[in-house]
Ligand binder design. Structure first.
Ligand code: SF4
Length: 244
């Protein structure tokens, strides 16, 4: 489960099929906000704020800091603010930042001048939901200078063929999950097992994160309540974690 979140900006545009039921749109509708307007959040500089004892307000932790979950870190509208965030990330080398993106095509124009082979405390997680996205994004991702790479197939919408890419580009972990919500699209357990096999063949770690709300297993459909989606996936005990 995600425990630490840092959202420097909020708002996004649908980018591909995985965005269809993005939570931002329903959440913003509830609060009467326009989700397509990208704005800096009030917590933009929380990473470097200090209290009167000169201690960081955002405490050191071993938990990953999931960064920019209410937008995409590489969205165009944030080009004007991103360098300030990179500076804060550099200063807070006591924290590990996990940045999840679909816009990996913009990566090279969005990194700071001193990025070189990547920052030690940054993991970039590429999101892939179907084969068309994989074919477009993964060939770019595997070639990029990033120290820690993961792939997140969530919501997984169909079977995926990773071709040769898992063996190529230092991807350390592939995680898989379904979609939540009333209209959730189905997650077929067979697709999950198929990705697991590809990871084992390529010596890449694999995690089945959650089943989603609409789960198909052995020809039978299951509605899984939100509170049980992670535990149901865990119960399958198919995670394959390689030692570093
Ligand atoms: S890119 Fe991410 S945040 Fe943006 S609409 Fe798609 S799912 Fe939502």
């Amino acid at each position: 489960m995600i425990s630490m979140i840092y959202n420097p900006w909020h708002g996004c545009h649908r980018f591909s099929s995985g965005c269809q039921h993005c939570f931002i749109f329903s959440m913003d509708a509830k609060y009467g906000r326009d989700p397509s307007v990208v704005v800096k959040t009030k917590r933009f500089d929380i990473l470097v704020k200090k209290n009167r004892h000169n201690e960081y307000v955002f405490k050191t932790t071993n938990e990953p800091i999931y960064t920019c979950l209410s937008s995409d870190f590489f969205i165009e509208e944030a080009d004007q603010w991103r360098n300030d965030v990179w500076e804060m990330i550099k200063e807070r080398n006591d924290l590990q930042f996990y940045i999840i993106t679909k816009r990996i095509n913009r990566f090279k124009q969005c990194i700071p001048n001193d990025w070189q082979y990547g920052y030690d405390n940054v993991t970039i997680i590429l999101t892939i939901e179907d084969q068309a996205c994989l074919d477009k994004r993964l060939p770019i991702f595997v070639k990029l200078p990033i120290k820690h790479k993961q792939v997140n197939c969530e919501p997984l919408l169909e079977a995926l063929d990773f071709k040769e890419y898992l063996s190529l580009g230092d991807v350390k972990l592939v995680s898989v999950g379904g979609e939540s919500g009333y209209d959730a699209r189905v997650l077929d357990y067979q697709w999950v097992l198929d990705i697991l096999s590809q990871c084992i063949r390529a010596n890449v770690s694999f995690r089945f994160k959650q089943t989603g709300a609409n789960f198909l297993k052995d020809g039978k459909y299951y509605r899984i309540p939100k509170a049980e989606q992670h535990s149901q996936a865990k119960r399958s005990a198919i995670d394959y974690i390689m030692e570093d």
